[in-house]
Design a protein around this ligand. Structure first.
Ligand SMILES: [Zn+2]
Length: 254
C-alpha cells in the first residue's frame, strides 16, 4: 500500500509538478513575457465562439489591432468562417488543444496527435497556414510535452491574467485590473468564450466591454498591440539593441 502511494506521489511530482515549476515559476521553455520597449500582445483563448468572437473581431478592427487567438480544434471545425475571418483580418491563430482537456490527464503522444497536431491540421486546412504557437489549457504541461511539442511548436503562456472568465468581474473591474498590470512586453490572456469548465457563459460580454476602454488607454500610453510572432521578433531586436547600447558605453563586452 505504502509503495503504491509513494509511486503515485513520484509520478505526480515528475509528470505534473516538475513541468509546472519549470514553466510557470521559472519560465523555462515557454514565452510568458518578453523584453520590449512599448509593445504588448493580447491573446484570446477558448474560441472561436459564434456569439462573442465576431464582436471581439469588430472591436479589434475598429482599433486597428492585431491579436493572437488560441483556438480549440473542435470549435474551429464547427465555425471555420470565424477562423477564416481571423486570418483574413491579419490575426494570428495558435492552438489550444482540440478539446479543452488538460495535458496532465493525457499521455504526451496522445496529446500531441489527438489534440495539438489534429488542431493544427484543421486550422491549416481552413487558412492554408500551419499554426506554430501553442498554449495548453490552463497553462498546464506534462513532462512529455517538453520533448514532443517543443520540436514543432513554440509554447506561449502569459504574464497578465485577471480572471475574465468569471461574470462577477465587472467590465469596470476588468479594465482597472488590466490597466494596472499591463506593462511593455506583457502577454495578456483573455477569453472569447465562456463555455469551458469553471467559466461563466456570459463573462466574455464584460471582457469585450472592458477591453474597449483598455485599448483606448493603451493608445494614450503609446503601447502598441502586436501578434505573438511580432512581439517575439521585437524581443530579439530589443535584446540586440540593449547589447549594443551596453557595448557602446564600454561597460561590458557581450
Ligand atoms: Zn482555455
Amino acid at each position: 500500500m505504502w509503495a503504491f502511494i509513494i509511486l503515485a506521489v513520484d509520478v505526480i511530482v515528475l509528470y505534473m509538478i516538475v513541468p509546472f515549476a519549470l514553466t510557470r515559476i521559472l519560465g523555462w521553455g515557454v514565452h510568458s513575457e518578453v523584453g520590449a520597449e512599448k509593445e504588448i500582445a493580447f491573446t484570446f483563448d477558448d474560441g472561436p465562439d459564434p456569439c462573442y468572437t465576431p464582436e471581439l473581431l469588430d472591436l479589434l478592427k475598429e482599433h486597428g489591432i492585431k491579436a493572437t487567438f488560441f483556438v480549440l480544434g473542435k470549435k474551429a471545425q464547427q465555425y471555420p468562417e470565424l477562423i477564416e475571418r481571423m486570418h483574413r483580418e491579419g490575426h494570428q491563430i495558435g492552438i489550444h488543444n482540440y478539446t479543452h482537456t488538460p495535458n496532465w490527464i493525457q499521455f504526451p503522444w496522445t496529446n500531441r496527435r489527438k489534440q495539438v497536431d489534429r488542431t493544427a491540421d484543421i486550422v491549416e486546412r481552413i487558412t492554408g497556414e500551419r499554426p506554430i504557437f501553442y498554449r495548453p489549457p490552463w497553462g498546464l504541461l506534462n513532462l512529455g510535452d517538453f520533448f514532443l511539442l517543443r520540436e514543432s511548436y513554440r509554447i506561449v503562456l502569459w504574464s497578465v491574467m485577471v480572471g475574465d472568465w468569471k461574470a462577477s468581474l465587472s467590465a469596470e473591474q476588468l479594465k482597472d485590473a488590466l490597466i494596472k498590470k499591463i506593462k511593455p512586453g506583457s502577454i495578456i490572456v483573455l477569453h472569447d468564450s465562456g463555455d469551458t469548465p469553471w467559466a461563466d457563459e456570459e463573462a466574455p460580454l464584460n471582457m469585450i466591454t472592458g477591453l474597449e476602454e483598455v485599448l483606448k488607454e493603451m493608445d494614450k500610453k503609446g503601447l502598441k498591440c502586436l501578434r505573438i510572432d511580432e512581439l517575439l521578433n521585437k524581443e530579439v531586436n530589443y535584446s540586440r539593441e540593449a547589447r549594443s547600447r551596453v557595448k557602446h558605453r564600454g561597460q561590458i563586452d557581450l
